[in-house]
Every structure is written in structure tokens, then in C-alpha cells.
Design a binder for this molecule. Structure first.
Ligand code: HEC
Ligand code: HEC
Length: 388
């Protein structure tokens, strides 16, 4: 009898006690925001960050307020709804907490529901993925709906830590190269805005994401502020020291074949693939293996010479940005810095934690003709990733 009551009571208690925390993100409505915009500010144009520091410093919009509170007269979502203050990302546990506290909160909008009609949110609650509409290149079409101009994919929320200051390739497919374009895209993709953001607002959001709170680690913060580039920490325990070897550039440092350079996000000369060192897009067989179980779509590519190429994939990633079928299922190689805090992993959130990530790589290794990862090797690599 006691057991029967304890679950709902503790849930209720959690919601009441944690209300300000658990419902702040993903659960709450927007806080009222003062008007930060000059009514006649020009609409967003595709210009670089340089414009940020120019004339209007005096009436500069407040980036923190815009990121955390501004809804652009839309569906109630802000950047903070998905990029939580604890990790910059969004986990299934955070989605579930938000749902317990307010199942009508801004995270739960029809455009990210299972059927896009707002009936249920099972995918979002289980995988913490949102739905992303990607325009199809001119010579691509969907076999199931030849007139479609866009295809839709379930993707996880990458962290806003580190990347805004230390990368220029944004999104899992690299489709944005400035933070202003990214923010403009995010507002239109997620927030159903009732008004257009101004370029000054987009710049303020960009700059806010480059402030000191948006780093997972002091080394990265110092580098962004002009200090030396981060290097691989030496490790202290035997497991960490063994784990480090997987990232040291060499033939046998296999993680480092793709996670090289200061950000651990580019290929090295040891990768046995027809890609130059420093490449940023490749496949780790995440779409190929489709452990997330996302619906596989059939894409027809017109090669322009009377032939077509058919690509069956749950998410072809980079190929939809470049139009090049040879890049089907390529994704941006993400940094491993800070990854210990931002489970789940991969563009589709298919690896729930570091153990599942290692299980995935053990499968990947075997597909490319390498031995599987033993449990000891997995534990070493995880021990080392705890230092990054
Ligand atoms: C509904 C959830 C949601 C909201 C709201 C949201 N984002 Fe995101 N954000 C995502 C997802 C999902 C991606 C990755 C999508 C992809 O790669 O196709 C992403 C990617 C990003 C990235 C790129 C990170 C990287 O590693 O490349 C940045 C930066 C970012 N968002 C900033 C913002 C800003 C700024 C806002 C507010 C204007 C915002 N986001 C609102 C879900 C959200
Ligand atoms: C052949 C290139 C390649 C190799 C080798 C490789 N990775 Fe990756 N890694 C990638 C790519 C590409 C992604 C993004 C895949 C996706 O989302 O579809 C990725 C994603 C990741 C992520 C997810 C980060 C996130 O934020 O979701 C982690 C962590 C990671 N790799 C760690 C490792 C470790 C540890 C090893 C060695 C066991 C390794 N990688 C080997 C290319 C590689």
C-alpha cells in the first residue's frame, strides 16, 4: 500500500520542489520582454560578424534576454527551450521532466509531435529529437512524394557550448556558416515567429553564445580568448593513459583518425579514406546502421546524364547540402571536448550514453575490417573522454 502511493507522491513533490528548475526550460511560457528593437531596423541580411561591432553599439539588443526570453511573437519557444542552461543541449530526461511539469509547455508544439498534428510526443519524450525540414537540392526528389520540396528528419539538439566560439561549421550537416544565419534559421524552424528578427538581434544572440558561460572547459575558453590551442590532457590513471592512445595521431590512434586537430573534429593523415587531412564531414555509419529506427526514405537523384541514383536513408545529412550523392550519410565530425556531459550522442541521438557510443564504434570498426572494441578498451576510452 505504501509503495502504491509513493510514486505519484514523489513525482508530485519533485514537480513542486523543482518547479523553478525543472519547468524553467522546456516547460515555462516566455518571460515578458521589453521591446529591444528599433521598428525600422532592416531585416536580416547575409553579412558577417564584422557588422556586430559597428555603429549601433549604443542601442544594442540584449543577447541574453533574446536567447532566454524572446519568442519573436511565436509559439512560446526561446533558444533556452532546447539549449538548456545545464548542458546547452537537451536530454530525454529533461524532456520528460518538462512534460511532467507542463505537457502544454513550449517544447510540446505540434510541429515536433509524432504526427505533426499535436496528438502525441512519444519520439520527443523517448529520443529528445526535434523535426528538421531540409530543402531538397534541385536534382533530388522523394520517391514517395515526387513534388515534395523538403524532407523531414528527427535530429538531436547539439550543445551551444564551445562550438559558437570555436567552429564556423554549424549544424550536423554544416548548412550554416555564420551564427546569424543559424539563429535566423532556428527562429523560423522552431519558434513559428510572428515577426522577423532584426540583424542586430541575430548578432546579439550570436555574441551572447560566445560569452564565457558557453564553454565546457577552461582550456577552450582560454583558446577562444587568445590563449594557446588545447592539447590532449596527459591522463593520470593507467586507464586514462591507455585511453589517450586512441586519440594520439598515429596509425593505431583510431578515434584520432577523424577526431584530430585542437577541437578533435577533423580528419588526420592516418585516416584510410580518400579525404584530405582536416576534412570535417564523413560517416561513422550512424544513418547506415539506423539504430534510432527512424523511417527510411527513398531519394532519387537526377545525375543530369539520363541516369538516376537512388539513396535509401533515414537522413542523408551533408549530401542534401551539397547535392552530392557521394556524401550520402556524411555528417559533420563533432568535437569530443565536453561530450561526456551531452548524452545522447550522434545526429539522431541513437547512442543513449558513452557505453552505447562505444558499442556503436565497436560495430563500426568491424564493418571497416578492424577488430571489435573489447570491454576493457571501451572502459579506457570512456575514462579518457571524462577528461575532455
Ligand atoms: C526546438 C528546439 C530548438 C530550439 C528552440 C532552438 N534550437 Fe538550436 N538546435 C536545435 C537542433 C535540433 C539543432 C541541430 C539541427 C541540425 O543540425 O539540423 C540545433 C543547432 C543549434 C546550433 C548549432 C550547434 C552546432 O553544434 O552546430 C546552434 C548554435 C543553435 N542551435 C542555437 C540556437 C539559437 C540561437 C536558438 C534560438 C534563436 C535555438 N538554437 C533554438 C534545436 C533547437
Ligand atoms: C571514420 C571517422 C570517425 C572515427 C574513426 C571515429 N569517429 Fe566519432 N564521429 C565521427 C562522425 C562523422 C560523427 C558524427 C556522426 C553522426 O552524428 O552521424 C562522430 C561522432 C562522435 C561523437 C558524438 C558527439 C556528439 O556530440 O554527439 C563522439 C563522442 C565520438 N564520435 C567519439 C569517437 C570515439 C571515442 C572514437 C574512437 C572509438 C571515434 N569517435 C571514432 C567520425 C568518426
Amino acid at each position: 500500500m505504501h509503495a502504491d502511493r509513493s510514486a505519484p507522491l514523489s513525482l508530485l513533490a519533485a514537480c513542486m520542489l523543482l518547479l523553478p528548475v525543472a519547468c524553467d526550460e522546456g516547460g515555462d511560457g516566455p518571460a515578458p520582454t521589453a521591446s529591444l528593437v528599433e521598428p525600422d531596423d532592416p531585416p536580416v541580411a547575409d553579412v558577417g560578424l564584422a557588422a556586430a561591432t559597428s555603429p549601433q553599439a549604443a542601442k544594442k539588443p540584449n543577447g541574453k534576454k533574446l536567447f532566454e526570453d524572446e519568442t519573436f511573437d511565436g509559439n512560446g519557444r526561446t533558444c533556452r527551450t532546447c539549449h538548456t542552461s545545464s548542458t546547452g543541449a537537451l536530454s530525454p530526461e529533461q524532456v520528460q521532466d518538462a512534460f511532467e511539469c507542463d505537457d502544454d509547455g513550449p517544447l510540446f508544439r505540434a510541429l515536433d509531435s509524432d504526427d505533426r498534428l499535436g496528438e502525441s510526443y512519444d519520439r520527443l519524450l523517448t529520443d529528445a529529437t526535434v523535426l528538421i525540414d531540409i530543402p531538397l537540392p534541385a536534382n533530388w526528389s522523394l520517391a514517395a512524394d515526387p513534388s515534395a520540396t523538403h524532407a523531414t528528419f528527427a535530429r538531436g539538439v547539439p550543445t551551444t557550448n564551445n562550438v559558437p566560439s570555436l567552429d564556423t561549421i554549424f549544424m550536423v550537416d554544416g548548412r550554416f556558416t555564420t551564427l546569424q544565419d543559424q539563429a535566423n534559421g532556428a527562429i523560423h524552424a522552431h519558434a513559428e515567429p510572428g515577426r522577423e528578427p532584426t540583424f542586430a538581434e541575430l548578432t546579439a544572440i550570436a555574441e551572447f553564445q560566445q560569452t564565457n558561460k558557453f564553454f565546457s572547459n577552461n582550456k577552450l575558453k582560454h583558446w577562444a580568448n587568445g590563449g594557446p590551442a588545447p592539447t590532449l590532457p596527459p591522463g593520470t590513471t593507467p586507464a586514462q593513459i591507455r585511453g589517450r592512445e586512441w586519440f594520439v595521431p598515429s596509425e593505431t590512434g583510431i578515434c584520432g583518425h577523424c577526431h584530430a586537430g585542437p577541437m578533435l573534429n577533423e580528419t588526420s593523415e592516418f585516416l584510410l579514406a580518400p579525404l584530405p587531412p582536416g576534412s570535417r564531414f564523413f560517416t561513422a555509419f550512424v544513418s547506415e546502421l539506423n539504430k534510432a529506427g527512424n523511417p527510411v526514405q527513398s531519394f532519387v537523384v537526377d545525375n543530369g546524364d539520363g541516369t538516376t541514383t537512388v539513396i535509401d536513408s533515414p537522413d542523408p545529412g551533408r549530401a542534401l547540402v551539397t547535392g552530392d550523392p557521394a556524401e550520402a550519410n556524411f555528417f559533420r565530425i563533432p568535437t569530443v571536448w565536453g561530450a561526456k556531459d551531452t548524452a545522447p550522442y550522434f545526429h539522431d541521438n541513437s547512442a543513449a550514453d558513452l557505453d552505447e557510443l562505444m558499442a556503436h564504434y565497436s560495430d563500426y570498426f568491424q564493418i571497416v575490417g578492424l577488430p571489435p572494441l573489447s570491454m576493457d578498451e571501451r572502459a579506457d576510452i570512456i575514462a579518457y573522454m571524462q577528461l575532455l
